[in-house]
Design a protein. Structure first.
Length: 456
């Protein structure tokens, strides 16, 4: 029976995942360690460094009891029987595979720390999303030292989505555990299964070999992103033909073989993982001698780029081919609602392109302004931030809604319209607002996958 767990990496995955593990395993000591001392002290204070609905309550229930956060990674390794590795694995920006391959330096550094500081037999669990065969590389590092500890490496990819992380962790569709087919590999799988069965039904826990597990994670994200790119491709046809993408998605999704999820057309997918993981898959195909398969998956990312550019082109075209000196209120900069995360947010690219057109861009968001300031820069000419959406829209020529925050559907758009320059434009990048009503108020409305509702 495992009595002590360590998770290396206290980010969007490590923090929430371990808070839920600690909640369901009060007899297990759970430590989350990170080299980022500022992040660690935020977790220790009971105020999470990330915005995630329901997280603070789960955190505070176990904090200081069986859940602890630490900046002493090496010290924590020494006393753990099972170590989850949940460090970041961004796309490589240099050298071989730049722009595609994952940057594995954080992961390898962690492996070497584990090798150096582990005291007894240790199960190492890959939680980060990693290329196929990383676990094998890890084992080679562990074996190379021939030290006193024995290591068993498992792959246990995380499928939570930001904004619904706690619900996803509490009620996962499935938990996937990959391990070696050897008796010690199977025993390690069993130890991890025993942890999850505290709250996950046994038939939702799938076991496989390590490589299937690693590939399943990349494939799942690629399939999800592919659906978004597919419906976005259809949205472009809708705008030209008079079809309504919401109606088309409903009709397609009613087919049980297709299903209704991930068919919301929008300004493009964002987030830290979809693009990174598809590019990782593309790189894997290229280095495995499968160029046709690589090209196939690459089109998912290309369609996403097209969708973001198309959105800005439509804005420029509608606003008489010039945005120079026009104020544009950007409603939402987070990559989706219910998170403060702006990593790869389509809104950032839209803002940069609007600024390149010399527009005056005023960004508002309920949770992501601090993050957007870091991404876009503080003192950028033409760029401002405003926490109140009414103030952001005052005197604006246009609103671009880029994140589907619930509160944006509740605003008083009559009041907003009254304070805007005329003609007033509204570009709904998420099909989030009642376009017919906005049109009746007086706005010229441009929604994704709908023909223009314009009086011009
Ligand atoms: P993150 O950047 O929020 O957190 C990673 C943390 O690891 C950071 O706090 C960083 O300081 C820490 N770290 C890096 N190197 C370290 C080291 N050597 N020792 C200790 N700590 C170290 O990243 P994230 O969003 O939590 O993602 C982590 C992994 O999980 C990635 O591989 C990602 O693809 C995968 N994933 C993410 C999500 C998500 O929703 N964000 C979902 C599923 C899977
Ligand atoms: C995604 C997956 O859903 C998770 O299962 C996975 O664990 C995670 O990536 C990961 O590996 O990091 P996440 O990126 O947090 O989760 O959020 P999603 O809900 O998948 O949304 C991703 C992007 O696609 C967002 O920008 C969202 O607005 C967009 N999207 C999603 C659409 O445009 N339309 C949709 O129908 C669904």
């Amino acid at each position: 029976m495992i009595k002590s767990i360590l998770c290396i990496g206290a980010g969007y995955v490590g923090g929430p995942t371990m808070a839920v593990v600690a909640k369901h395993c009060p007899d297990i000591r759970v430590v989350v360690a990170d080299i980022n001392a500022e992040r660690v002290s935020a977790w220790q204070s009971g105020v999470p460094p990330i915005y995630e609905p329901g997280l603070a309550e789960v955190l505070r229930a176990s904090l200081g009891k069986n859940l602890h956060f630490s900046a002493d990674v090496d010290g924590a390794i020494a006393s753990a029987e099972m170590i989850f590795v949940s460090v970041n694995t961004p796309t490589k920006t240099f050298g071989q595979g730049a722009g595609r391959a994952p940057d594995l330096q954080y992961w390898e550094r962690t492996a070497r720390s584990i090798l150096q500081h582990a005291r007894g037999d240790t199960i190492v669990v890959e939680k980060s999303t990693l290329p196929v065969r990383t676990a094998e590389a890890m084992e080679r590092i562990f074996r190379s030292a021939g030290g006193r500890s024995r290591f068993e490496v498992l792959s246990n990819p995380e499928f939570l989505a930001e904004g619904s992380a706690i619900a996803d962790l509490e009620h996962p569709d499935r938990v996937l555990i990959g391990g070696a087919t050897t008796p010690s590999g199977q025993a390690a799988i069993q130890q991890l299964v025993e942890i999850y069965t505290r709250w996950v039904p046994r038939d939702r826990i799938l076991t496989s070999n390590v490589w299937s597990s690693e590939l399943s994670k990349l494939a799942a994200n690629a399939f999800l992103a592919q659906r978004v790119s597919s419906i976005n491709a259809i949205s472009a046809i809708c705008e030209r033909t008079g079809a309504d993408v919401v109606e088309v998605a409903k009709a397609i999704g009613a087919d049980r073989r297709i299903g209704p999820h991930f068919l919301r057309a929008g300004v493009g997918f964002g987030g830290s993982c979809f693009q990174k993981d598809i590019l990782n898959l593309v790189y894997l195909c290229e280095t495995s001698g499968l160029p046709e398969v690589a090209r196939y998956w690459e089109t998912v990312v290309q369609m996403n780029e097209y969708q973001k550019q198309r959105f800005v082109r439509r804005m420029v075209g509608a606003m008489f081919d010039t945005l120079a000196h026009k104020r544009i209120a950007v409603f939402g900069v987070a990559f989706k609602a219910n998170t403060g995360d702006t990593r790869e947010s389509p809104a950032l690219q839209v803002c940069r392109e609007l600024l390149a057109e010399h527009a005056q861009v005023c960004v508002t968001d309920p949770q992501a302004i601090a993050s957007a300031r870091r991404d876009l820069g503080e003192a950028v000419s033409g760029l401002s931030f405003e926490s109140d959406p009414y103030a952001a829209a005052r005197g604006a020529h246009a609103i671009a809604l880029l994140t589907e925050w619930a509160e944006y559907a509740e605003l008083d758009y009559e009041r907003i319209y009254a304070g805007m320059e005329k003609p007033a434009f509204l570009f709904d990048g998420r099909n989030h607002l009642d376009a017919e009503r906005l049109y009746r108020i007086g706005f010229n409305v441009y929604s994704i996958g709908h023909p223009d509702r314009s009086r011009l």
